[in-house]
Write a protein that binds this ligand. Structure first.
Ligand SMILES: [Zn+2]
Length: 379
């Protein structure tokens, strides 16, 4: 980030310079205050939001793109905090389907490709995540293979983990099965120690764990779990300070069973929605995070809470300070839609650019070509 760019944003916010993009007269779903604010104008400069407030025609210059948004709801781009894109998706194809429906950020595990193709495979996958109208962050593979007593794989050595975990696009350590942590597997302990020193997240996988064992898993430093199968398990994890990612995807659908927490009067900051393994059929026919938000609303979460669970909550959990909200100083990833229950996405703005409209992508997506050796792996 150059100093000049910061100065430009300040100047645009003060009305001394023009915005690149202005959204006029939207109904803002403010995920920071849980307010619905009508007649809101948003100004964008250099991919950042610089203005949010009352009418601001002074931001409009001859080169400013203006989106008239009267009657439309405006919310931050949706974030999927736990996905396994490395398992079945080519990122470009995934982006082609999910971006027009409002998903603008996905955090993906990389353990499956690491199992199949080792360090090299993770590099191929990271290349695949680049150049898209979608932010894809990764999590480092945890222990590959997780159960070496029963499995063989290419492996992902400590040195490879060490290099990956320091990258900005790597937000933490991918899911570590709870017995590996609670049994103090030296591979887990070494990785946990490094991630804790970096202040990144330690993704959990505490299927079936409760009481002392779940507490010990948290005491180790584990920060999330996407394996709660019902309201009681979700509540136990929330009380222990874990980020609870409610899973609704191909592997399992747990949103309905966990939804009683919507009526419990709890603080929902720690609750997120995730696909875990996004069902390709759902992605193509119904949607991705937009569909999860719709289902959360149908199961009794109020619309603002459902949207928080797919925007500010995951952004806050991962420490993504520039994402998850529509406010000056945040990246301009935004969704315009109709109907607060049906969430019919009309326009998607990513990094200040209108990238999709009425379900169609407006930008070219480069398709990454995996090298021939990638087709000769088997896990
Ligand atoms: Zn998972």
């Amino acid at each position: 980030m150059r100093e000049r760019e910061i100065e430009e944003r300040i100047a645009a916010a003060l009305g001394e310079e023009k915005a690149d993009l202005v959204i006029a007269d939207a109904t803002l779903l403010n995920v920071l205050t849980r307010e619905i604010q009508e007649g809101i104008w948003v100004g964008v400069r250099g991919g950042w939001i610089v203005y949010v407030g009352e009418e601001a025609r002074d931001l409009i210059g001859p080169h400013t793109e203006v989106i008239e948004a009267r009657g439309a709801y405006l919310c931050p781009g949706f974030i999927d905090p736990h996905a396994h894109l490395d398992s079945v998706y080519q990122c470009a194809e995934y982006a082609r389907w999910v971006v027009p429906r409002g998903t603008t950020t996905t955090i993906s595990e990389t353990a499956m490709v690491a199992n199949a193709a080792g360090e090299e495979g993770v590099r191929w996958f990271i290349e695949d995540t680049k150049g898209l109208p979608l932010r894809i962050y990764v999590l480092s593979p945890s222990m590959i293979p997780p159960f070496p007593e029963f499995e063989t794989s290419k492996g992902f050595p400590y040195e490879a983990f060490e290099a990956l975990i320091e990258e900005d696009f790597c937000l933490g350590l991918g899911e570590t099965y709870w017995p590996r942590a609670v049994d103090r597997d030296p591979r887990a302990m070494r990785r946990y120690a490094r991630v804790i020193s970096l202040g990144k997240t330690l993704e959990g996988h505490s299927a079936g764990a409760r009481g002392r064992k779940l507490t010990a898993y948290c005491a180790a430093g584990t920060t999330s779990c996407h394996e709660a199968t019902g309201a009681e398990e979700a509540l136990e994890r929330l009380r222990l300070g874990m980020g609870v990612m409610i899973r609704e995807g191909y592997i399992r659908r747990e949103l309905e069973a966990i939804s009683p927490i919507a009526k419990a009067g709890l603080d929902m900051r720690g609750v997120m929605l995730c696909t875990d393994f996004a069902d390709p059929r759902m992605v193509m026919e119904e949607g991705c995070m937009d569909e999860l938000v719709r289902r959360a609303i149908a199961y009794g979460f109020d619309p603002l809470t459902a949207i928080q669970m797919a925007t500010i909550n995951p952004a806050a959990y991962f420490g993504l300070r520039r994402l998850g909200a529509i406010a000056p100083g945040r990246w301009a990833d935004m969704v315009l839609f109709e109907d607060l229950r049906e969430i019919r996405v009309r326009k998607v703005i990513q990094e200040g650019r209108l990238v999709a409209e009425n379900g169609r992508l407006l930008v070219e997506i480069p398709r990454h070509r995996y090298p021939p050796e990638a087709y000769r792996t088997f896990a």
